[in-house]
Design a protein around this ligand. Structure first.
Ligand SMILES: *[C@@H]1O[C@H](CO)[C@@H](O)[C@H](O)[C@H]1NC(C)=O
Ligand SMILES: *[C@@H]1O[C@H](CO)[C@@H](O)[C@H](O)[C@H]1NC(C)=O
Ligand SMILES: *[C@@H]1O[C@H](CO)[C@@H](O)[C@H](O)[C@H]1NC(C)=O
Ligand SMILES: *[C@@H]1O[C@H](CO)[C@@H](O)[C@H](O)[C@H]1NC(C)=O
Ligand SMILES: *[C@@H]1O[C@H](CO)[C@@H](O)[C@H](O)[C@H]1NC(C)=O
Length: 441
C-alpha cells in the first residue's frame, strides 16, 4: 500500500450540501436535515504525463476550440452515444464530470458535480443574478445556435416544473437556503469519447439554464450533473437512446490518480465474481435506495434487529457516510472498545466524530467493515473506513451519525466499482483499484 494512500489533506473549506437537493414544490424539506457538513481538502487536478501538462478539462476545452469543422460534420451525421466516456475529476470530496455545452461560437467547457441524488442537470447561464463565482466562463445561450427552450408541450415539462410566460421553469431549493432558478432548455453536450482522444456530441439533451442561484460552490463546479432514476436525469436521457440503461464509476482517492471515467452500457467491464443487490423503489424518490440488513466489523456481526434501517441509499453527492444514530452508536462503541485495547483515547475532529492519534504501527490493526445488503456483501476495507488526517497524524472513522438516514458516502465508495442498472434495478459492485480507471487511455 502506497504511503499516501489514505491521506486526506485538509486545506480548503467547502460546505458540501449536494445530496439533499429537493424540489421545493414537492419535497418535505423539514424531514430531511443535517446533511450539511464541511470537508476540507485540496488536491490540484493535474493530469498524468500522458496528458502532457494540460488538465483533462483544458484538453477538452482545446479540442472544442479547434473543432469548428467537427461541428460542421456533426450537423450532418448521426450520433452514437454508446461511446461517450466523460471524465471524472475529484474536487474537494466530491467528483465532477467534464463536458461542454453548446455549439460554436457558444461552446463552453464545464465541470459539473456528479450527483446520483439529483434529477436535473444545470449550469449557470448569462445573465445570472445572483450567481456564485465560477472560474469556468459562464454559458451564454445567446451565443449558441443550438440552444432552445424546452417546449412547454414536452412530456418532461410537468410538475414540479412550471409553465411561466410560455417557458418551462424550475426552482430547486437546497436545505441550507441555497437554490437555483432557471429555464428548462435543450442543448448539444460534448464529451470525451472512445476511441481515446476523440470527442462525441449528443444533441437536444434537456438541462437547466440557471439565471438565479444561491450556492456554496466556489470556483468549481459550475453546476450539477443529475444522475438519479427520474426520466429527466442525464443517465435516463442518454441511455434511452442507446445502452441498457446502465452507468458505472470507480471513485479513487484524489492522491492516487487525477481522473476517472463515467461509463455507460456495454462500455462497462466488470469481470470475476460480482456482488448484486436490488435498487429498491421508495415512493416519491428517484434516489438509489438499497436494503441494508446488518453490519459486521472485522467479521463480527452487530446482529441488528430486522428493519433497523428504513431508508438506506448510495449517493455520489454525500462525502462522509451517514449512519442512523442508534446504529452509529453501536458501531462507535465496538470501535472504542477495540481501540481501547491499544490504549487509544477517542476525540472528535469535525466533521468527523471518532478520531484517535495515530500511534506507531496501529494502521495494520485497523478493522474493516461489511454492509450486509440484500443478496450482497459490501466490504469496506480498512483503508476506506478510516482516514488519516495528514498533518496532525490523527485517524478518524469516515462515518458520522444522522437522525434520519443511512447513506453510503463517497469516501467509503473509493476503490469499489459500482454499476447502476436502471433497467433491471440492480446495483452491481466489485472491489477494484480505481486509481487505474484511466488505464492506458
Ligand atoms: C413532513 O415531515 C414532518 C416531520 O417528519 C412530518 O411530521 C410531516 O407529516 C411531513 N409532511 C409531509 C407532507 O410529508
Ligand atoms: C506545458 O509544457 C510546455 C512545454 O513543456 C510549456 O511550453 C508550456 O508553457 C506548459 N504549459 C503549462 C500550462 O504549464
Ligand atoms: C456505436 O458504438 C459502439 C461501440 O463502438 C458500436 O459497437 C456500435 O455498433 C455503434 N452503433 C452505431 C449505431 O454506430
Ligand atoms: C441489453 O441487454 C440484453 C439482454 O440482457 C443483451 O442481450 C443486449 O446485448 C444488451 N444490449 C446492450 C446494447 O448492452
Ligand atoms: C476483514 O478483517 C477480517 C479480520 O482481520 C478478515 O478476516 C477479513 O477477511 C477482512 N475482510 C475484508 C473484506 O478485507
Amino acid at each position: 500500500m502506497a504511503k499516501t494512500s489514505h491521506l486526506l489533506p485538509f486545506h480548503i473549506l467547502l460546505v458540501l450540501f449536494l445530496s439533499r437537493i429537493s424540489l421545493a414544490t414537492t419535497a418535505n424539506v423539514t424531514s430531511e436535515k443535517g446533511l450539511s457538513f464541511q470537508l476540507l481538502y485540496s488536491d490540484s487536478i493535474h493530469d498524468p504525463s500522458l496528458y502532457a501538462n494540460l488538465t483533462t478539462f483544458q484538453r477538452l476545452e482545446r479540442i472544442i476550440q479547434s473543432s469548428e469543422s467537427y461541428f460542421q460534420w456533426l450537423r450532418r451525421s448521426s450520433y452514437n452515444t454508446t461511446v461517450i466516456r466523460p471524465r471524472i475529476l475529484p474536487h474537494m470530496g466530491i467528483f465532477t464530470v467534464v463536458l461542454s455545452i453548446g455549439t460554436p461560437p457558444g461552446t463552453k467547457a464545464f465541470t459539473l458535480a456528479l450527483n446520483t441524488g439529483d434529477s436535473l442537470t444545470w449550469t449557470q447561464c448569462i445573465p445570472c443574478n445572483p450567481s456564485f463565482p465560477q472560474t469556468q466562463p459562464m454559458f451564454d445561450p445567446s451565443k449558441s445556435p443550438s440552444y432552445r427552450f424546452l417546449p412547454i408541450t414536452s412530456p418532461l415539462c410537468h410538475p414540479p416544473y412550471q409553465i411561466q410566460n410560455n417557458k418551462c421553469i424550475y426552482n430547486i431549493q437546497y436545505l441550507d437556503q441555497t437554490g437555483a432558478v432557471g429555464f428548462l432548455s435543450t442543448e448539444t453536450f460534448t464529451f470525451h469519447a472512445s476511441p481515446p482522444r476523440t470527442i462525441q456530441s449528443i444533441p437536444n439533451l434537456v438541462f437547466g439554464c440557471t439565471h438565479s442561484s444561491h450556492m456554496n460552490f466556489v470556483g468549481e463546479p459550475s453546476g450539477i450533473l443529475g444522475m438519479d432514476r427520474s426520466r429527466l436525469s442525464f443517465v435516463s436521457q442518454v441511455t434511452s437512446q442507446t445502452t441498457n440503461g446502465s452507468f458505472s464509476y470507480c471513485l479513487f482517492r484524489p492522491s492516487t490518480a487525477s481522473a476517472g471515467i463515467l461509463r455507460f452500457g456495454n462500455d462497462i467491464v466488470m469481470s470475476g465474481p460480482l456482488q448484486r443487490t436490488p435498487i429498491i423503489n421508495v415512493p416519491n424518490s428517484n434516489r438509489y435506495h438499497l436494503e441494508l440488513n446488518d453490519i459486521s466489523i472485522d467479521n463480527q456481526r452487530l446482529h441488528l434487529p430486522a428493519r433497523t434501517f428504513e431508508v438506506t441509499e448510495i449517493d455520489s453527492g454525500t462525502v462522509i457516510t451517514r449512519l442512523i444514530r442508534p446504529v452509529y452508536a453501536l458501531v462507535r462503541e465496538v470501535l472504542v472498545q477495540y481501540f481501547n485495547h491499544f490504549h487509544l483515547v477517542p476525540f472528535p475532529r469535525p466533521p468527523f466524530d471518532l478520531c484517535y492519534h495515530l500511534s506507531p504501527g496501529i494502521r495494520r490493526f485497523f478493522p474493516n467493515m461489511t454492509w450486509h445488503l440484500r443478496d450482497a456483501d459490501l466490504a469496506i476495507h480498512a483503508e476506506e473506513l478510516f482516514f488519516i488526517v495528514e498533518h496532525n497524524n490523527d485517524f478518524c472513522l469516515g462515518m458520522v451519525p444522522d437522525d434520519h438516514l443511512t447513506i453510503l458516502g463517497v469516501l467509503q465508495q473509493y476503490n469499489t466499482r459500482f454499476s447502476y442498472d436502471l433497467q433491471t434495478n440492480q446495483l452491481r459492485f466489485k472491489h477494484e483499484d480505481c486509481s487505474d480507471d484511466m488505464g492506458n487511455l
